[in-house]
Design a protein around this ligand. Structure first.
Ligand code: PEP
Ligand code: MG
Length: 558
């Protein structure tokens, strides 16, 4: 791209907000030829080469640990996890073995990492996500061995917009939002590490941007994380005005304290998604009126054995306690696919996302669900807060009926998630058995569009604004309205303030999002009428693609 070409680019918007600043780019990782150092190490020099490798890996881990100590929340966790991977004996051992056989340290590092990359890629799901971390560690160790500056994000002198193909978790985790005021990647999806950290830090972010790799460092850019648009070398006055308008809107948003309702008083519960007691206590600090999704499986990702009923009751009780006298929706274990549990899932499924996950795990192991329901009932008893309980991955009315029977036997209120297109199509028949529905738009998008939600390449297909996905959401909401039963949305769609209003226009009765998104969603909803939401929903359902859907909603809702 030549320095004089003003250009409009677009991608998938992830974190709302507008910024105008120069572009910076992360330092280049080593080129492939840097990794394939030729020759062999003489036998006498191998102990020294091994020690040099060990020192490099330790230095990299130390630096990551130090950054983890200075970061907070998810950023600190991501940096800590990357540091731990840098000291993982498995790959260090594989590299040392190669050096012991005469391979130079740099090539040994690259080969050992590639061995584990292959293994993790085959395992799929969350393990495959660690591939980026591993390669990032490789690049850092290689730079250390070669005496080069550590690859990664430079610390800019002035507030800047960071543009990259994709960012390693360790890079995103260390970002300073005062200096990095916008983030754009040409790869990555709405659920990628970059997106998660950008959301936590509140940095306007757009991912999967076509043409971004041609924009050089130093160019001026206007990024709009609400619309997913980027303008390179924009008109200065227009850019400054856009930033000022966004700042005004943000200030108005910060004053919103709930409860959720449209400008004309139509109530819509704005709830938080959590994964444990700590998350629930943090969500209590926001205007969230309750918990719309408690992802219980995330409490047990590191457990080798099934937790006892008492242990489960204690964990669930923490969340019920944090929101005592408020609505809490507990989801039973969504084990499998990207969240495998050692005690629940078989490790060798060919297609885990289409396999025995969610409610299906209980078909072969009914005690798992029975014990969990007993744990939830005990927590309800102990805290005096009886939650609603829903099952993930329901595909048929019969599954919903069986689940509801079990939940009612424990004196609790049953519902199911709508994540499978078949369930959306038969939502009216499912509602004959349960008291509420909650739409998981992340999986509903994945299964409707036949596109892996973890795939960065397919991020534009798994965009929740896809009209095909929204048609199923509308159908489900309509089924709820017909029998006057609540239908909520608890997937990422509910975290997008504009889309949240569209969902309300379809008849959705509650919105549950990451705690960080609650205020933005509630504030936006408070500025529009129910009639506007309905008009936006109608307009969106008439479009043919995600960009058209967004534009149609913006026309009506501003
Ligand atoms: C969803 O699929 O939208 C959902 C909320 O569940 P999870 O993201 O945990 O699969
Ligand atoms: Mg899901």
């Amino acid at each position: 791209m030549t320095p004089t070409t003003p250009a409009a680019l677009s991608g998938v918007p992830v974190v709302p907000g507008v910024a105008y600043a120069p572009v910076i780019r992360p330092g280049r990782p080593p080129a492939p030829e840097d990794l394939s150092t030729p020759g062999a190490v003489a036998e006498a020099d191998r102990p020294d080469e091994t020690a040099r490798f060990g020192a490099a890996a330790t230095a990299v881990a130390e630096r990551l640990r130090e950054r983890a100590a200075h970061a907070t929340g998810a950023a600190s966790e991501v940096l800590g996890a990357t540091a731990q991977l840098a000291t993982d004996r498995a790959w260090l051992g594989a590299a040392e073995k190669r050096i012991g056989e005469g391979t130079p340290a740099i090539r040994a590092t690259a080969e050992a990492v590639e061995q584990f990359v292959e293994m993790f890629t085959k395992m799929g799901g969350l393990m495959a996500e660690r591939v980026t971390d591993l390669r990032d560690i490789r690049d850092r160790v290689v730079a250390e061995l070669a005496g080069l500056p550590e690859p990664g994000v430079p610390v800019p002198d002035v507030p800047s917009i960071l543009c990259a193909e994709d960012l390693a978790p360790a890079d995103t985790a260390g970002l300073d939002p005062a200096l990095i005021v916008g983030l754009a990647t040409s790869l990555g999806g709405p659920t990628s590490h970059t997106a998660i950290i950008a959301r936590q830090l509140g940095i306007p972010c757009v991912v999967a941007v076509t043409g971004l790799d041609d924009v050089d460092a130093g160019r001026l850019m206007l990024i709009d994380g609400t619309r997913g648009s980027l303008t390179v070398d924009p008109d200065t006055a227009e850019a400054v005005a856009a930033v000022a308008r966004a700042a005004e809107a943000a200030a108005a948003m910060a004053n919103w304290t709930g409860p959720g309702a449209t400008a004309d008083g139509h109530p819509v519960a704005v709830l938080a998604n959590v994964q444990d007691g700590a998350g629930a206590r943090a969500a209590r600090e926001t205007p969230a009126e309750g918990i719309g999704l408690f992802r219980t499986e995330l409490c047990f990702l590191n457990s080798d054995t099934e937790p006892s009923v008492e242990e489960q009751a204690r964990i669930y009780g923490e969340v019920l306690q944090a929101f005592s006298e408020h609505k809490v929706v507990v989801r039973t274990l969504d084990a499998g696919s990207d969240k495998p549990l050692k005690f629940a899932n078989s490790p060798d499924e060919a297609n885990p996302a289409l396999g025995v996950r969610g409610i299906r795990v209980s078909f072969g192991n009914p005690a798992l669900l029975d014990n969990q329901l007993a744990g939830i009932a005990a927590a309800a008893e102990q805290t005096g807060n009886a939650p609603w309980v829903m099952a993930p991955m329901i595909a048929t009315p019969e599954e919903a009926r069986d689940f509801a029977g079990k939940v009612r036997a424990h004196g609790l209120t049953p519902g199911v998630m709508i994540e499978v297109p078949a369930a959306a199509l038969l939502a009216d028949r499912i509602l004959e058995h349960v008291d509420f529905l909650s739409i998981g738009t992340n999986d509903l998008a994945q299964y409707t569009m036949a596109a892996d939600r973890m795939s960065a390449e397919l991020a534009t297909l798994t965009d929740p604004w896809q009209p095909g996905v929204l048609a199923l959401v509308a159908m489900t909401a309509k089924a709820g309205v017909a029998v006057d039963k609540p239908v909520g949305v608890c997937g990422e769609a509910a975290a997008d303030p504009l889309l949240a209003c569209v969902l309300v226009g379809m008849g959705i009765t509650s919105l549950s999002a990451a705690a960080a998104a609650v205020t933005a969603v509630g504030a936006k909803l408070s500025t529009v009428t129910l009639e506007q939401c309905r008009r936006a929903a109608e307009a969106v359902l008439g479009t043919a693609d995600a960009a058209g859907a967004r534009a149609a909603a913006l026309d009506v809702l501003g």
